[in-house]
Write a protein that binds this ligand. Structure first.
Ligand SMILES: C[S@@+](CC[C@H](N)C(=O)[O-])C[C@H]1O[C@@H](n2cnc3c(N)ncnc32)[C@H](O)[C@@H]1O
Length: 241
């Protein structure tokens, strides 16, 4: 059976749910907020779309899902107010693997809309939500339908267990004591997965934004994502100790 058909975070709001056990991920969303904010406000300033389609890939279910989305729409709203523009309509596309508890998110949407109305006033939105079950290692959206793609703490998930892990004695993942062959096997799998991810997103993104060619041109990805993988590991490891 495919990994993506069985894997999912624990749903609901119980003691063992992702919702109650995702404070590290929330911290990462906060730490990376300036980067996401700069990217989405640049996009808005350069294109002024009347309707803005934002996708959160690997959104999971819990407070982090709507926290990340609310930070993005608040950033755009701040700019459009300063410029005296009418609010764009937001289309928020929430993606995760099919086993995820999408209902838990849908149930919390009323609270999200209420909070946004209180914080942003009547001129904001509207904000329409859609759940998109499926793997981000394949196409998820129509061609040229997205303005902004966001993903936090999810892209290190691989599409399958890499081949060639026989020498990884006593460990079920890559650790400091893993031999180089194991590190290479994970790297190769990440490279394959991430290249496919970028190819799919490049087809789904609306052309003409300020970072139109970024997925092809960014220096960070010229080595197939090796440095991105190393950075992800460098950020995540100290927090997991
Ligand atoms: C650690 S959680 C992060 C969730 C959320 N973004 C956050 O910051 O709290 C990683 C999420 O990625 C999802 N995921 C893993 N592989 C995926 C794939 N191939 N396609 C879509 N979602 C995936 C998992 O189901 C999980 O919900």
């Amino acid at each position: 059976m495919e990994v993506c058909q069985v894997l999912h975070m624990n749903g609901g709001r119980g003691e063992k749910s992702y919702a109650q056990n995702s404070s590290i991920q929330r911290k990462v969303i906060s730490m990376t907020k300036p980067i996401a904010k700069e990217a989405i406000t640049n996009l808005y300033r350069n294109t002024f779309p009347a309707s803005l389609a934002i996708a959160d890939l690997g959104c999971s279910s819990g407070p982090n899902t709507l926290f990340a989305v609310s930070e993005l729409v608040k950033a755009v709203d701040e700019v459009r107010r300063k410029l005296g523009h009418q609010s764009p309509e937001y289309q928020v596309l929430l993606n995760d693997l099919p086993g995820k508890d999408f209902n838990a998110i849908f149930k919390s949407l009323a609270g999200f809309h209420e909070d946004m109305r209180k914080q942003m006033g009547d001129g904001f939105g509207p904000c329409f939500f859609t759940g998109v079950p499926g793997s981000f290692h394949g196409r998820l959206f129509q061609r040229k339908s997205l303005h902004f793609v966001y993903s936090s703490y999810s892209l290190m998930w691989l599409s399958q267990v890499p081949e060639g892990l026989e020498d990884n004695k006593g460990s079920i993942c890559m650790v400091g004591t893993s031999p180089p062959s194991v590190v290479k096997a994970y790297y190769r799998q990440f490279q394959t997965d991430f290249s496919l991810f970028l190819k799919c997103r490049s087809e789904e993104l609306v052309a003409g934004g300020p970072h139109d060619d970024e997925v092809h041109q960014s220096e960070a990805f010229k080595d197939g994502g090796y440095n991105v993988a190393k950075s992800l590991r460098a950020v995540a490891e100290p927090m997991l100790r």
